[in-house]
Write a protein that binds this ligand. Sequence first.
Ligand code: F6R
Length: 611
Amino acid sequence: MCGITAGISTSDVTGTLLEGLKRLEYRGYDSAGLALLNDKGEILRKRSTGRVATLEEEVSKDKELRGNVGIAHTRWATHGKPTENNAHPHICNETVGLVHNGIIENHESLRASQEKLGYRFTSNTDTEVIVHQVHHNLELYDDLFSALQQTVKELEGAYSLAVISNLEPGNLVVARQGSPLVIGLCEGENYIASDVSALISKTRNFIFLEEGDVARITVDDVDIVDVNGNYVERKVHQSKLSSDSVELGEYRHYMLKEIYEQPTAVSDTLEGRLSGNHLLAATFGHEADEIFNTINSVQIIACGTSYHAGLVAKYWLEGLAGVAASVEVASEFRYRSHVVPENCLVITISQSGETADTLAALKYAKEIGFKHSLCICNVAESSLTRESDMVLLTHAGPEIGVASTKAFTTQLIALMQVVIALGQRNALTNELEERIVRELRSLPVKISEALELDAKITKIAEKFANKKHALFLGRGTHYPIAMEGALKLKEISYIHAEAYPAGELKHGPLALIDEEVPVIAVAPNNELLEKLKSNIQEVRARGGELIVFADPGTGCKQEDGLTVIEVAPVDDIIAPIIFTIPLQLLAYRVALIKGTDVDKPRNLAKSVTVE
Ligand code: F6R
């Protein structure tokens, strides 16, 4: 979803802004642009639809397009099509240039009043009203910083903004409310971006703006005012992100790289948290002990893949820890009334920590009386970690591919750590804790074994080349895994895929089954096996083509119309994590055959910072 870079320096900033935009490409976008203030006091702009590489090529042809102050943007269309006119930066009267990430909800009323003032619109975006409003306020107030402070008071919605003006060549002004923005501090120059990864080759020193902050940035200084207009100091953080971790290396796609990184990502997420066969009490920070002692139920909130991790955790929390758990997608949770249980812990799960719905749902949960919150997040320096009482990081490393893979498996690891911590205070016995920890420790090796299925999966992927639909089946903890498999397949191969708890087949979806709809089942060797086998027979009897990922102990045998791919035997406790791997590989291999843009599937964004 939209990415912003901007900077102010004693030399040309063009290269740094474009390089930053490339590093933000993973967020998803459909057009890109930049505007620079040159030494003649002109704002020069270049915009293009499609990739940052296209913009870069056009910029390189125009030798005039250079400047020491600039703003740049990748746009993911919300209001108005992905055209050049709608691409950012937007400029008002050749005086003010602006880029925006977020959505302005009162854009229609602002537009109406600006039209009366004589402003002319050149795009269909909600953003254009902001640049006109800043221009209008610049005429009323003394300077750009004050004009932006006034403007944000008049906006409703979510935004991160970067603004330049030829009336103030020495200032870059920025603001943040509901969308992320970081300031990267350098020697004799300063930059801003939507996230740390965009600037990591320039600096390790970052200020994270807080909700409602507005800042004025010069080559050697940063002034920040908070939501009440008071000058504030914000801490400078040292980022630990390494620039190598966002490189593609030998892999063809980030998604494949990230699938193969899972053994390391999982062991990094376990590191320092286990001792012998126990979970260390310090895992959740020193305040956790007191909070966990009072907790008797859990409300999990998340979106997409992270929501699927939450669904698995519900089975674990109730089945292993004896703690009641509810799970809800954030966009639903935030818009309904709730009966708030006493002593209920809200757990948000998010790879990015910037998902607008999850952030808003957490805020809402606090407003309606949920007292304690824990977030499971992959980005230490994100909005969600700052808004939560307790943070449990997944150490998956940066995830660039839009389809979430290593974030999901590491979320499951972190959730199992929550299960142990809460279970110790409830139904979890010492023996069970020891078994879980033993199994967690074995995961990196077992995931590596599961990755060896890639060659077999590559062969069966051919079966999907001409298919338009697919059905995924699972039972128990493997029902959410089937949902995750279906989500992966649909988002990167554009094959319509649905997941069902296998027992639901005969209540409707069986009507869909014929030779054109492949059915993928996950069959671990557990107490639901016989039931699942009956469901598989129901599909076979209707001529459906079946692909079953099965534990060898299940006795599932290959026959006509039934392909069995054996997954090495694992304890049922960690089976959902292991069975995820072949489904990720299947989606990837099918997408390769279909020739889709695997890392940046159409219409999707990595970091969904708007509602
Ligand atoms: C699917 C996918 C999305 C995200 C969802 C939540 O592969 O990546 O469904 O899981 O947008 O994102 P986070 O976890 O960043 O809150």
